[in-house]
Design a protein around this ligand. Structure first.
Ligand code: HEC
Length: 478
């Protein structure tokens, strides 16, 4: 992979100390662990979802020989908790699909590496788990759309934000499925999930999936005469729906309890907004999106509140530049998920909820942020934020030369902006209003908050962004 990753790993390893000083020392009399009996089961359940051919990791760990030749490197990487990738320190055991090895598992891998990575009885080794859903992690989608043409990603230096309108129709979906997903009293269909499958995993940083029923996205594409059109921030039109997306580390999933992510019409355009990294050479991509309709009665829709700041001006060399924001929850809501966001200088993010009764709950704590591994974290047990709860978030950036992900050497002043090398900070709260009918309170709160956030900016700060006309309206919608 890139030089930056190796550097990142190296610095974290240095901080974590050496194997021989840690828990991985063989205990006298312990039989040494073998691949077949002890190590393969750990790797099959915690590593090969990514470390297998055509997945995101740079090498496969399916076979004994693949793992054995890297045994010491694997041991160091898991001891330093670089792998499996999981950045939240807390709250512990609170999130779905938490990727964390136990101390015992780490010690087993360490002893195996120290004792020469013995194979054991290979005929008894566990085989690889079935690929989840084959090509699609969530199984065959009800609708698949693909960018109409391959997109030629510019080599750089700037990243590319491009929106691709793709016409769709649900006419081929069986009538029984459509009937099950239809929202009573309307033509809208409830969407259970979307899955984004990039063709170019290396260049695609993130993708957001919108629905356009106005034809505006196609008009903008035609006006630019190209493949898609450039747009940063909003998709450049007021979307009929935002259905979800993908960032590095995201696991596509269905929500429990009859909760839909949004609604879509029978036909229109899916507009995929993609952030491509400038990799330094010309690249190509033709991403696909799979859409899954609700198969059980829809009880609620996911909704959202946002915390963020555009007032970012991080001095060169500053090791711990902090920004804060807060929002008052306007109605009783179930908190389903949190989704923090920063770029390369991001170092820490901490969010808490201060309930009206004075109690405080930690929502997320990350003290070694990684731009590569940002997830939308879903709580295993979603919980109530009563009306009047104040959610506070604090983001910390490290713009010193000691930050191995700093894109500039020597460090430069960095302000808010669209490129991965500029900065951003945000926290999305995935919420469901307890009472049907309170959705409008959430929408009003979002619009009010966005207006306040913009009103705080100086003219100079405002001039840094490429706002488009739809921004304020869209900000209230998605
Ligand atoms: C969610 C996907 C995912 C999982 C799960 C995962 N890896 Fe990785 N791994 C990656 C990617 C991608 C890289 C390339 C470096 C990066 O992007 O962080 C990587 C890199 C590595 C490296 C090289 C580290 C470096 O500094 O270059 C090792 C060793 C490794 N993984 C071992 C493991 C082991 C062992 C497990 C299970 C305990 C595991 N990984 C689980 C995705 C994953």
């Amino acid at each position: 992979m890139s030089r930056r990753m190796t550097l990142l790993a190296a610095s974290a390893l240095a901080a974590a100390g050496s194997l021989t000083g840690g828990q991985a020392v063989p205990e006298a009399g312990d039989p040494s662990p073998t691949w077949a009996r002890d190590v393969a089961p750990i790797l099959m359940s915690h590593c090969v979802e990514c470390h297998r051919p055509s997945e995101v990791a740079p090498f496969s760990l399916l076979a004994y020989k693949d793992a054995a030749k890297r045994a010491r490197f694997i041991a160091k990487t898991v001891t330093a908790r670089i792998m499996p990738p999981w950045t939240p320190d807390g709250p512990r055991d609170a999130f779905v699909d938490e990727r964390r090895l136990s101390g015992e598992e780490i010690a087993t891998i360490g002893r195996w590496a120290e004792t020469g990575a013995p194979a054991g009885d290979l005929s008894a080794a566990p085989g690889p788990p079935a690929e989840r859903g084959g090509r699609w992690r969530l199984g065959p989608p009800d609708l698949v759309v693909r960018m109409r043409r391959p997109f030629a990603i510019p080599a750089g230096p700037d990243d590319t934000y491009q929106v691709f309108p793709i016409p769709f129709s649900l006419a081929a979906v069986p009538a029984s499925v459509l009937a099950g997903a239809r929202i009573p009293g309307s033509d809208a269909l409830a969407v259970a999930a979307v899955e984004v499958r990039p063709e170019n995993q290396r260049a695609l940083h993130h993708a957001d999936v919108f629905v356009d029923t106005t034809g505006e996205a196609r008009k903008r594409e035609a006006a630019e005469g190209g493949n898609g059109y450039a747009s940063f921030g909003t998709p450049g039109f007021v979307p009929a729906a935002y259905l979800g997306g993908r960032v590095p580390g995201t696991t596509p999933r269905f929500l429990p309890g009859g909760i839909a992510v949004g609604v879509m019409p029978m036909s229109g355009d899916i507009a995929v907004q993609i952030h491509y990294h400038a990799t330094g050479k010309a690249e190509s991509d033709q991403t696909e999106v799979g859409v899954y309709l609700m198969r059980e009665p829809t009880r609620r829709m996911m909704d959202a509140l946002f915390l963020r700041s555009f007032k970012l001006d991080i001095p060169a060399g500053a090791p711990a530049y902090a920004v804060e924001d807060s929002i008052e929850v306007p109605a009783d809501c179930i908190l389903m998920s949190v989704f923090p966001h920063m770029h390369l200088l991001g170092h820490e993010v901490h969010a808490i909820a201060q309930m009206p009764d004075g109690s405080v709950r930690t929502l997320i704590d990350i003290s070694r942020w990684s731009f590569r591994w940002q997830d939308h974290y879903f709580y295993r047990e979603p919980f109530l934020l009563t009306k009047g709860t104040r959610v506070r978030c604090r983001w910390v950036f490290d713009n010193s030369a000691a930050n191995p992900s700093n894109p500039y050497s020597p460090p430069r002043e960095i302000v808010f902006g669209p490129n991965a090398t500029d900065e951003m900070c945000g926290l999305l709260l995935g919420v469901i209003p307890m009472n049907l009918g309170d959705e409008s309170l959430l929408r009003e709160a979002r619009i009010r908050k966005m207006k306040e956030t913009i009103a705080e900016l100086t003219p100079e700060e405002r001039a840094r962004f490429r706002w488009d006309d739809a921004f304020e309206e869209a900000a209230g919608l998605n």
